[in-house]
Structures are given as C-alpha cells and as structure tokens.
Design a protein. Structure first.
Length: 268
C-alpha cells in the first residue's frame, strides 16, 4: 500500500535551525522529530514507508506569498507535492492563483492563527470564491494551536459558515476538523462535505473517539497526515494501523482519498 502524508512542513536548509528554534520556543507542547529540512523529511519517509508527502507552507506576511509559490516549482519532485500559500492581505490574488494553476500546484494552505484572520470573515470571501472557482484544494489549520495565540480564528462553527457560503470549495480541515475542540467538530462538521486530515491527533484524541469521528463523518473524507516535523511519521502510521478499521478503510485513509482529491484538483 502506497501511503500519502497529506500534512507536512519543511523549511529552507539555511533557515530550518532558526525556524525550528523559534517555533519550539513558542510552544512547550511541541517537539520536532526531524530537523525541518526536505532532506530529513525524505529520510523519514524512507524509514517509515511513506510514498508521498504533501508540503503545506504558510505565508505569515503578504510579501512572502510570491516567493513561496515560486519555490513550488523547485520543490515538486518524485514523492513530494508542494502546496502554495496565500495571505489574507495578498494584493494580486488572481495572478497567484493563475500561477498555481499553470504549474499544477493542487492547493493552498491557510493558518488563521499565524495569519491573524477569522476564517469566516467576509473580507476573505473574494479569495474563497476565486479558489473555489479554480478548483484548488484549500487546507485550513483548525481548532486550537500550541503557539501564543487566541486560538479562536478557525473553529468548527466558522468552518461550517464558510462551507455554507462556498459549497464548491475543496476544503480540508486539518487536525480532524479542529485541534482539541473535537466536541465542536461533532456538533458542527460531522457529515458535511469537508475532508479531515489526521495530523497532530495521535494520543491527543483517544483511539475510540478518533474511530467514531472517522466512521460518522465518512471514511471517504479522512486523509492521513502527520504534521511532520512536529509528529513522527512512523508513530502516526502505526497508531492508525492499530485501529479497528477494515483493510479497505485503511487503504482509503492512507492513500485512495488523497489520491482522488489531488488528481481531481490538478486535472482542471
């Protein structure tokens, strides 16, 4: 079975040590399992049987958007699928989306805490409309965050509001719909047309609760993800493998769902 990790992060080699250090300093809960470089991610993939990793960069400033998106063309390679990024204050949205489409970059990542915006703020609707029309995948950090933030920028009820306004959006709600707010996930998101990725939930969400949420939401909308380098790819894989899913369900979680979503996004 080929495994796709839908949620990973890397940093340029020269910036990785400082990036890891700063992010760890902001969170006592976090721990890095690689040094944050692409080479270290590839080594982890080889050790842990991960065939493909999706890279999810975050532009914390509008000025970073173009550089991040242009770097996608260099990062794209066998086993590595880079996503682009947009910032709420990006001026040339149309140009950046056109570049992503032209270069077959399947989607973008938003981190409402680091980017300081509320996910259902109407000021974002123009961006969402263009992303939806373009057919790009939109990944959101959701729920709380271990960093020094208010942790209320991307809660499940707000994600539901976005989906109501943009039903065509190919949305992925990271961290099983909302990190550490899974009661709200059950109330507002279960059963809606949104994908959940499994990143950063091992041992935080109980195996039983994970299993119940996945089954109720629909196995066809669950994507394996780890949040590497902050979680170990091998441990995340084994944690899910031990759950009482059928072999077919595991195949869907580990590969088939992601493959279908990625293929559809780049085909248009």
């Amino acid at each position: 079975m080929a495994i796709i990790d839908f949620h990973t992060h890397v940093f340029p080699d020269d910036l990785a040590p400082r990036a890891i250090s700063v992010l760890l300093a902001n969170s006592r809960e976090s721990h890095n399992y690689t040094d944050g470089t692409l080479g270290a991610l590839r080594e982890s993939m080889q050790i842990n049987g991960i065939g493909t990793s999706v890279l999810l960069p975050v532009a914390t400033k509008p000025s970073q958007v173009q550089g991040i998106n242009r770097s996608c063309t260099d990062l794209k390679s066998n086993g590595i699928i880079p996503f682009g990024s947009l910032h709420p204050k990006t001026v040339n949205i149309e140009e950046e989306i056109a570049f992503l489409l032209e270069n077959k970059i399947p989607g973008v990542k938003f981190h409402p805490e680091y980017q300081d915006f509320y996910v259902d703020d109407p000021s974002m609707f123009n961006i969402y409309e263009q992303l939806s029309e373009a057919g790009l995948i939109v990944v959101f950090h959701t729920g709380k965050d271990p960093g020094p933030f208010t942790c209320d920028h991307a809660l499940p009820e707000a994600l539901r509001n976005v989906l109501r306004n943009f039903p065509k959006m190919r949305m992925v709600a990271a961290h099983m719909g909302g990190w550490k707010v899974w009661d709200e996930v059950r109330k507002y998101l279960i059963g809606l047309p949104v994908y959940f990725d499994t990143s950063a939930v091992c041992d935080l969400l109980s195996p039983r609760d994970f299993f119940i949420i996945a089954r109720k939401h629909g196995i066809e909308r669950i994507l394996f993800g780890t949040d590497s380098p902050w979680f170990d790819q091998g441990y995340a894989r084994s944690w899910i493998e031990k759950l009482d899913f059928t072999d077919r369900e595991k195949e869907m979680i580990f590969e088939k769902n992601a493959l279908s979503l990625l293929t559809t996004a780049t085909a248009e």
